[in-house]
Ligand binder design. Structure first.
Ligand code: NAP
Ligand code: GLV
Length: 320
């Protein structure tokens, strides 16, 4: 009997083909619709491998109901959608897709920073909406990026890749992590500061830490109140890290200047979400790693990891 791989989203056939040669592959045949929880649980009952996306909640219940399950390979670097502790206890390997998406996500994070600082989507909406009646001296004026201070919360792989771009804009770079990176500090002159100091000093605050118990609501009313009135907040990591109600109130009251958000607490975000009613919010539908090359490279990592675990080899990029 061949081992069973269940893929929770329709993927290109050429990516899946190597797995089909060795295993029975089943796939949720929808590109835009998340596999319903009941179907996921039913498929997991017989699966040896699950190839998941960030939209699937891989709970203890799902894994306890999957007696054959050896590996969950997540199509993302973030893995907050998986109960890692449960996987560990149950002896299930979890893998993710780091590195291959670093530069692509850094590009997007920097694009969001530029767009939020320079009001790019707001300006385009005005033009397309037929509201551009005249050029005027202070129309759509924004915040300078060149030479500004950037505070990165979560100076990991993507954080460092953004910092590399920011050096080209001669930005001063502050960062906050749980651990200092002395070598990069010395090499590039980055300054390690505590969170409060970062929030007080940065013109642009960029979140790139993972969503964990510790980072949930890391940026809420108190933290927003520390930021400059002219500051821009960019979240390219996970929605739950910023308290959205508090962010809405701070933006509406002018306590901070603008926000760029690639991620939301609940995705897909509703068009009626209060944050989307604000002109000083630039919003994107979680497209950080969305280039053709990168998404295919991520899939390759998942495909290899699944093959490795099912054939008894140690895969790359083990989370647990
Ligand atoms: P990474 O290399 O692991 O970097 C994460 C950084 O966050 C590390 O430097 C880590 O340093 C820091 N960190 C962890 N917990 C922290 C805490 N409690 N407080 C402050 N800093 C903390 O991961 P990465 O590859 O750069 O990816 C980062 C995140 O980006 C992912 O987890 C994912 O959520 C998000 N992401 C989003 C997209 C998108 O489409 N928008 C795409 C890719 C990734 P310490 O351990 O020293 O604290
Ligand atoms: C995307 O959000 C990822 O974590 O890769």
């Amino acid at each position: 009997m061949k081992q069973i791989v269940y893929i929770t989203r329709k993927l290109p056939e050429e990516v899946v083909a190597p797995l089909r040669e060795k295993f029975t592959v089943r796939m949720w045949e929808e590109e835009e619709i998340v596999v319903p929880e009941e179907i996921l649980k039913e498929e997991a009952k017989s699966a040896h491998a699950l190839w998941t996306t960030i939209t699937d909640q891989i709970t203890r219940e799902v894994m306890e109901g999957a007696p054959n399950l050896k590996v969950v390979s997540n199509f993302a670097v973030g893995f907050n959608n998986i109960d890692i502790q449960a996987a560990k206890e149950l002896g299930i390997t979890v893998t993710n897709t780091p590195n291959v998406l670093t530069e692509t996500t850094a590009d997007l994070a920097f694009a969001l920073l530029l767009a939020s600082g320079r009001r790019i989507t707001e300006a385009e909406a005005m033009l397309r909406g037929g509201k551009w009646t005249s050029w005027s001296p202070m129309q759509l004026t924004g915040m300078d990026v060149f030479g500004a201070t950037l505070g990165i919360i979560g100076m990991g792989r993507i954080g460092e890749a953004v910092a590399k771009r920011a050096r080209g804009f001669e930005m001063n770079i502050l960062y906050y992590n749980r651990t200092r990176k002395m070598d990069t500090e010395e090499m590039y002159g980055y300054e390690y500061v505590d969170l409060d100091n970062l929030l007080k000093r940065a013109d642009f605050v960029l979140i790139l830490a993972p969503l964990t118990e510790k980072t949930k609501n890391l940026i809420a009313k108190r933290e927003l109140s520390l930021m400059k009135k002219t500051a821009v907040l960019v979240n390219a990591s996970r929605g739950g890290i910023v308290n959205e109600q508090d962010l809405y109130e701070a933006l509406k009251a002018g306590e901070i200047w603008s926000a760029g958000l690639d991620v939301f607490e609940t995705e897909p975000v509703s068009v009626n979400h209060p944050l989307l009613t604000l002109p000083n919010v630039t919003a994107l539908p979680h497209i950080g790693s969305a280039s053709i090359q990168t998404r295919l490279a991520m899939m390759k990592l998942n495909e290899r990891a699944i093959g490795d675990v099912l054939e008894g080899r140690v895969p790359n990029h083990i989370v647990v």
